[in-house]
Design a protein. Sequence first.
Length: 240
Amino acid sequence: MSFFSIFLALVIEQARPMSPSHFLHLWLRKWADWVTSHVDGGTRSQAWLAWGLMVGAPAGLAILIHWLLALFLGWFFAIVWNVALLYVTLGFRQFSHHFTGIRDALNDGDEPLARKLLAQWQQVEINELPRNEIVRHVIEHSILSAHRHVFGVFFSYALLSVIGLGPVGAVAYRISEFVKRYSESAASLSQQAIVGNAAQAHWISDSLKDVSHEAWHAIDWLPARATALGFAIRKISRGQ
């Protein structure tokens, strides 16, 4: 069931990728805003509670629906639910166009456009990076994005689905990565608001930022090593 769900979700995602402005992404951000504004009070215990709600509530809902569908409607509907959740948690096409655009710009010799596209992708300022540095950054970010959007989701889903937890691994992995990015962006906006560079910012405590990083590194520890092992095996096989 796991392999079939992953395969079907990939086919759908290739045919119709989700956009960053999809209503589920907007709902997730609103959920994170609500939790942090009502729960995050600045202490580590409140930070852990906020993180648990942001990640645990959607993951718990995902596994509850999975079990209810399997129990009352049959495994076919549970598989459909798994495919739907894998579709929204996978994101290969969400970043691959960045890589393609930068590659095409470099092939055309348009390094200013390549730098501009890289800056837009990573939301940072890039001044006069030479061509070799642009290529290095693109490779690094592409591998990292492939791990977080594809391989990490696959591994987390497969690991927990074999013990009967259905799609909870994919959901927890994806949302925990989102919470880490959310805490970073919210903290950055808060800092900009302090110095007068942002019109509006959603406050987030340093404790929640630290907790989201700690939780993410713990959750990603095994998937990251599995991805690294996969790349190492591929490199060895190609070398032979």
